[in-house]
Structure formats: structure tokens, C-alpha cells
Design a protein around this ligand. Structure first.
Ligand code: PLP
Length: 403
């Protein structure tokens, strides 16, 4: 769908105005929740015309959505520089599956970054393999190695930067330039930064995927995903999503749109708190590595400064030579951090992780680390006062050292 509001405005302003077409909101601020499967036609001539004209924004049938979903999709399109349209999916994983199915055919090779989100890896090695697609993994920070991975059958590359768990920042302009030269499509899972922190299409990606469950929802109460692209790939995405019957509920779309309006201030606050906490952790003897690209001196910081316009509250750290029991003592002693999957909510979370079994192209831990420094904890920093979160982590570190 085309953009309606002035795309020259700044992102913070667009977060407020995007998708709020008068014809969708009526006299209230937000588009109402249009629940409906059947869309009724005036007469049989209108029915015939409705079937012929099947663009988004035209009533047809519930699977095509209604103004609540259209407004959210349009808002996401307006926030992504260079985008033509957005398709909504019932989860982030559904968005990844839908986007990959839109571009891949049996016999194709899909290249994936070795630090890609684990369910993306599982999808490539399971479902996609079943449909005749071959998955190959590359080291996200080895550009020369990346170029040698292409063959005649390479159709698409799935990027994710920073990568899941270990937050490896990829050189996206370089990777997408190589991909384009090789005649393949680049898709990026841009959930960490969102369009506010990383303009994926402007950096050479063809399709930008987000789990809206994280920053856009922002309140840990809904699941949704989106894929945004220029016109050519948007058409493919939409056709595939419709063929697969993908639709999101108007109630969830309204919740996601509500989250979107405050996403900018939440991300700024989370970024500031995360930086403060990451800096504090980097001074602790118990911690070997802080994997937070926003932090000066951390891996990927230079690329992050070059390409990103914002961060978020998600980062990881690696314990210095502690075992799993010690890590469990730390995590279990935390009182402010919930233990659980997902992230990007208003509340802080901690998640123990071990990337070793999820790597196939690169060794874990990296060769230039001490082998015994390998157990990680990922933090999703929410909107609490960072001083309270630091006090909580201090309590956790003390508990870790008590046998
Ligand atoms: C959570 C997550 C997803 C999947 O999103 P869901 O909405 O949970 O399906 C995809 N990519 C990344 C990087 C994620 O963290």
C-alpha cells in the first residue's frame, strides 16, 4: 500500500501519525476494531467488482483484513524508508516462514547467518529441507568466506543483525552488495533494531522482517510478525501470505498499533538503561565478555555506530569460567528479572543460553576466547529504574559465588 503521510517527517513524528487515515479512524484517534469475516456488498454488481479489485484497503473478505489491520501495516510501511508495503503474520516465526516461502523454490539454496534465531535454523533444516531447499550457514563476520558460499542455486540469504544471543553485528551493506551481485535476494530479521534503529531496505536488504511480539507490542501480551518490502517483493509476500491464509486478528492489530505509538520512547529508555547495566557488568571480575554492540569497546560497536540509529534493551554477557550450577544460582537469585523467552516488554527478563549446539559454521566459543568462558545469560532490559536492576544483578552475582 502506498504511503499517505509526509515521509519527510522525523521517525518520532511518524510513530504518532503513521497509518491514522481519517477514513479508517473516523472521528476518534485510533482506528476502531473492525471484527468481521463477511464483508457485505450493496448488490451483485458490487460483489463482482469487489472480486476483481483485490488490493489492500478494499473490503473483500475477512482474510484480507479490514481497516484495523490495514492501518497497522501502513504504519509499519511508513516507518521503513524505501518500503512499498507490509504484510502482517500471526507471529514473527510465521513472518520468517512466509517471507522465505515467497522467494524460495525446490532446488534452491538458502544461506543463513550462523547466529540466526534458532527457530529460523530449525525451519531451514526441517520444513524447508522437506520442500527441497538446501540450507547452508556462513560466519557472519567473514566477508571473504561469504562470497565463496554462493553457487548457481543460491536464491536467498537470511541475515540477522545483531545475531540472536551473541549479538554479532553484520556488515549488512557489504553482505547485501555481494548477495545482489550474485543475483540472490536478501532478507533480514530486523527484530532487534526495528526500523527505528536500522533502515534495512536502505542498507540493501530486499525484505525486512520483524517479530512485532517484541518492541512493537512492547507489553508481553500479544504475538505478531511483519515483513516489509519494496513493490516487487511486497507483491510476492502478499500473494504467498494470502495463499497460506495468513491473517491477524483486529484485536491484536489494535494492541500492536497502540504499542507502536510509544515504541520510540520505550526503546530510548531501554537503550540508556541497557548501556548503564552493560557498562557496570563489564567492570565485574565474574564476567568475561559483555556482548552489547551499543557499548564502547564491545564487539561490533564500530559497525553499530556506522549503520544503526538506535538500540534496544537486549544484550548478553558471558561468565568467566563458571559452571552451569553457578549460572543457575545467579539466575535463580534474581528478583527483578523474570526468567523466560521473548523480550522487548516493559519488564526485564533474564535467559541462560549456550550457543555451542546451535552453531555449525563457526566454533563456539570463538577461537580467540578462553574455552572455559562459554556460558551466557541474555538480558532484556525493561523500564524499571536501572539502579534497581543493577542491585538485583549484584545480588545474583553474590549468590553465584556462594556454594
Ligand atoms: C522472538 C524472535 C522471533 C520470533 O518471533 P515470534 O513473534 O516469537 O514468533 C524472530 N526473530 C527474532 C530475532 C526473535 O527474537
Amino acid at each position: 500500500m502506498s504511503q499517505t503521510s509526509d515521509s519527510d517527517t522525523k521517525p518520532a513524528t511518524r510513530l504518532v501519525t503513521a497509518g491514522r487515515r481519517k477514513q479508517w479512524t473516523g472521528p476518534v484517534v485510533n482506528p476502531p476494531i473492525w471484527r468481521g469475516s463477511t464483508h457485505l456488498y450493496e448488490d451483485s454488481a458490487a460483489l463482482a467488482q469487489g472480486s476483481a479489485n483485490r488490493e489492500d484497503g478494499d473490503f473483500f473478505y475477512g482474510r484480507r483484513g479490514a481497516p484495523t489491520q490495514w492501518a497497522l501495516a501502513e504504519a509499519l510501511t511508513e516507518l521503513e524508508p524505501g518500503a512499498h508495503g507490509t504484510v502482517l503474520y500471526p507471529s514473527g516465526v510465521a513472518a520468517i516462514a512466509g517471507a522465505l516461502m515467497a522467494v524460495l523454490r525446490p532446488g534452491d539454496v538458502l544461506l543463513l547467518s550462523d547466529s540466526v534465531y534458532d527457530p529460523s535454523r530449525a525451519m531451514a533444516n526441517g520444513l524447508l529441507r522437506q520442500f527441497g531447499v538446501e540450507a547452508r550457514y556462513f560466519d557472519p563476520i567473514d566477508l571473504d568466506g561469504f562470497s565463496t558460499q554462493f553457487c548457481e542455486r543460491t536464491r536467498a540469504v537470511l541475515l540477522e543483525s545483531p545475531g540472536s544471543l551473541t549479538l554479532d553485528v553484520h556488515d549488512i551493506p557489504a553482505l547485501t552488495a555481494i548477495t545482489r551481485e550474485q543475483g540472490a535476494v536478501s532478507l533480514i530479521d530486523n527484530t532487534w533494531a526495528s526500523a527505528l534503529g536500522f533502515a534495512a531496505l536502505q542498507h540493501g536488504c530486499d525484505i525486512a522482517i520483524q517479530s512485532l511480539t517484541k518492541h512493537v507490542g512492547g507489553h508481553s501480551d500479544l504475538m505478531m510478525g511483519a515483513a516489509t518490502a519494496g513493490e516487487k517483493y511486497y507483491r510476492k509476500l502478499r500473494r504467498t501470505a494470502q495463499a497460506l491464509g495468513q491473517v491477524v486478528s483486529p484485536d491484536d492489530a489494535a494492541l500492536a498499533a497502540r504499542g507502536l505509538r510509544t515504541m520510540g520512547v520505550r526503546l530510548e529508555r531501554e537503550t540508556d538503561s541497557a548501556l548503564e547495566i552493560a557498562a557496570w557488568l563489564s567492570q565485574r571480575e565474574e564476567i568475561a565478555h559483555v556482548l552489547c554492540p551499543m557499548l564502547l569497546g564491545a564487539p561490533g560497536h564500530d559497525l553499530w555506530c556506522r549503520d544503526f540509529t538506535g538500540g534496544c534493551g537486549l544484550f548478553s554477557f558471558i561468565l568467566r569460567g563458571r559452571d552451569e550450577a553457578a549460572r543457575a544460582r545467579l539466575v535463580d537469585a534474581l528478583q527483578m528479572f523474570g526468567i523466560g523467552y521473548s523480550w522487548g516488554g516493559f519488564e526485564s527478563l533474564a535467559l541462560p543460553f549456550d550457543p555451542a549446539p546451535k552453531r555449525s559454521a563457526t566454533p563456539w566459543p570463538p577461537k580467540y576466547w578462553r574455552e572455559q568462558d562459554c556460558l551466557g545469560i541474555r538480558l532484556s532490559i525493561g523500564l524499571e529504574d536501572p539502579a534497581d536492576l543493577i542491585a538485583d544483578l549484584e545480588r545474583g552475582l553474590a549468590a553465584m559465588e556462594k556454594q
